[in-house]
Unconditional design. Structure first.
Length: 317
């Protein structure tokens, strides 16, 4: 099952690298839902310590992209690129998580950043999982899409299958290939990935028909924005499934991943478990603290001490 493979690979990469990992993130720009990357690895730069100090959650993209700095407070309705109601709610959330300071003056909401948003991403790695190459689904299209758009610095295909020359010939040359054994955690590089041109415009394939292909040209700024949004989403989301089912067949691995003794594999309870499952038998919900594991094993920090660093006082607004 693909989800079990994906969870095993994420657990392996979290231990084997210093990457921040997340599953199932939108990986297109023009039509954000058109491509979903199975696993994303954010390779951090030194700035990750500053990012970790702000908040363990995803900072709303509009708050990062808005015209707000750490100096003088600015009216939120002018600073964020959206309608006034949305700007208010984004500012409220950004203040709750410690990225904005917020105050009222003359009937208007003013904001400023509590800390400069750091440059914390060195590279983005996209990983498409296809444990069984005998059932490739849309694999050819997905990898051609990724290579043409070049939103990730590297794209890898991860599989459990033996990889033949014919398989390699079918996928874009820049895409690297790992053979991964989820039972042993062994990962072999079958072919190295080549760096993609993330700083240049990319081509987003929108539709392919026999005699015609619809594409959108995506400029480098739009790609940079989307890349930051992917990294932020990865920061807040992580890769471990949220919550455990109340089923006697579920236990937790040492990596904090739900495992089912009925199906004999790792599971994502949100999609795998329900009272209709043939193995379901009511039981205790396990209390697994996977945030503690994430904190220990990745650059992510659960309780940053410096979230509110300056006590400016609302009078300064
Ligand atoms: S509900 Fe089904 S998949 Fe989920 S733990 Fe129970 S037996 Fe396994």
């Amino acid at each position: 099952m693909e989800v079990a493979f994906e969870l095993a690979l994420a657990a392996h990469l979290e231990t084997a690298t210093d990457w921040l990992l997340a599953r199932q993130l939108g990986a297109a720009v023009d039509e954000p839902g058109a491509r979903v990357m199975d696993l994303v690895g954010v390779v951090p730069s030194d700035g990750v310590t500053d990012r970790a100090a702000i908040t363990p959650e995803t900072i709303p993209p509009l708050a990062v992209e808005g015209d707000v700095g750490v100096g003088e407070a600015v009216p939120v309705a002018d600073a964020l690129d959206c309608g006034p109601e949305r700007a208010e709610s984004v500012a409220e959330h950004a203040a709750e998580i410690g990225f904005f300071e917020r105050g009222r003056r003359g009937g208007r909401t003013y904001v400023r950043q509590t800390a400069r948003y750091p440059d914390w991403v060195d590279r983005l790695v996209g990983i498409e999982n296809k444990p069984d190459l005998g059932r490739p689904g849309d694999l050819d299209f997905q990898l051609r899409f990724d290579a043409a758009l070049a939103l990730f610095d590297e794209v890898w295909l991860a599989t459990e299958s033996y990889v033949t020359g014919a398989h390699l010939n079918r996928i874009p040359e820049a895409v690297g290939v790992w053979r991964f054994d989820p039972a042993t955690g062994e990962r072999e590089v079958v072919r190295e990935a080549s760096p993609l041109a993330v700083d240049e415009p990319g081509v987003e394939i929108r539709r392919e028909e026999p005699l015609r292909t619809d594409v959108a040209i995506i400029d480098a700024d739009a790609k940079a924005r989307r890349r930051r949004r992917i990294a932020e989403r990865a920061w807040g989301k992580g890769w471990r499934p949220a919550g455990f089912p109340g089923c006697v067949n579920c236990s937790a691995t040492d990596d904090g991943v739900p495992e089912c003794s009925f199906h004999e594999r790792l599971i994502a309870p949100g999609s795998d478990c329900s009272t209709d499952c043939p193995g379901y038998e009511a039981g205790e919900v396990l209390d697994v603290d996977h945030e503690e594991l994430r904190d220990e094993r990745s650059p992510w920090v659960r309780d940053p001490s410096g979230v509110v660093r300056r006590q400016s006082g609302l009078d300064q607004f």
